[in-house]
Design a protein around this ligand. Structure first.
Ligand SMILES: Cc1cc2nc3c(=O)[nH]c(=O)nc-3n(C[C@H](O)[C@H](O)[C@H](O)COP(=O)(O)O)c2cc1C
Length: 207
């Protein structure tokens, strides 16, 4: 059964704009793909591995082609489990708010855990970097309190959309679609959400 994995990174529950827009996407997706399963990974309700000294030492060992020591191997069990979980999905949806012009730290922690040499990317001195998470479309649904229209001076402050599109591209995603609800801290917040909800429903049907 094909699986859509929804990686949810707002802690705001039903008040979250990114989660509400993502819900419209998922509802439309489920209606159009009745044989598929949808799994939610709520990054605020999931225990993510700490990427501490032992885990980082294990990463450097892989980069140097060295075997893991016992404690590194144990620390990496959780890392590999999270990577395999991502790879088990056929399609991926990530919803996120903008925090300090970038992404919430739980989503950054998730990315710091799963982006690993030999697992989600590889490096070849002649060919450079290659992503290893291939063949899956990715839908990003992003919310921000302010507005960052392309070409405006404010766009230069936006490290949310460009970062997420770059980093998922780095690990192999080539079909990346992005929807944004902006101005969620303005009086137009709800009407902005309504506009994006319709777009999210249309996008979910054909994902
Ligand atoms: C810790 C924190 C930092 C934020 N930083 C920004 C920011 O730099 N720029 C911005 O436009 N909005 C910022 N906001 C507002 C959020 O982007 C906005 O409330 C958005 O709707 C959050 O997504 P959510 O509703 O899905 O949780 C911040 C909110 C929080 C809680």
């Amino acid at each position: 059964m094909p699986k859509l994995l929804h990686i949810q990174s707002s802690p705001m529950g039903e008040l979250s704009f990114s989660t509400r827009a993502a819900k419209a996407f998922v509802d439309a997706y489920a209606g159009a793909h009745p044989g598929d399963s949808v799994e939610v990974l709520d990054l605020w309700k999931t225990e993510l591995p700490q990427f501490d000294f032992t885990a980082a030492s294990g990463k450097y060992k892989i980069m140097r082609g060295l075997p893991h020591a016992g404690d590194e191997a144990r620390a990496w069990e959780g890392v590999v489990r999270l990577i395999e979980h991502l790879k088990s999905a056929d399609k991926v949806l990530v919803s996120a708010g903008m925090w300090n012009f970038s992404i919430p730290y739980r989503l950054k922690q998730y990315l710091d855990v799963i982006i690993q040499p030999g697992y989600t990317f590889s490096f070849d001195p002649e060919k450079g970097y290659s992503g290893l998470v291939t063949g899956k479309p990715l839908q990003l649904i992003l919310a921000s309190g302010g507005e960052y229209p392309g070409g405006s001076p404010a766009a230069g402050l936006d490290f949310q959309k460009p970062y997420l599109e770059m980093i998922f591209g780095f690990i192999g995603f080539t079909d990346i679609r992005t929807l944004r609800v902006e101005g969620t801290l303005t009086p137009d917040a709800e009407s902005n959400l309504n506009g994006i909800t319709e777009a999210a429903s249309s996008a979910g049907k054909v994902f």
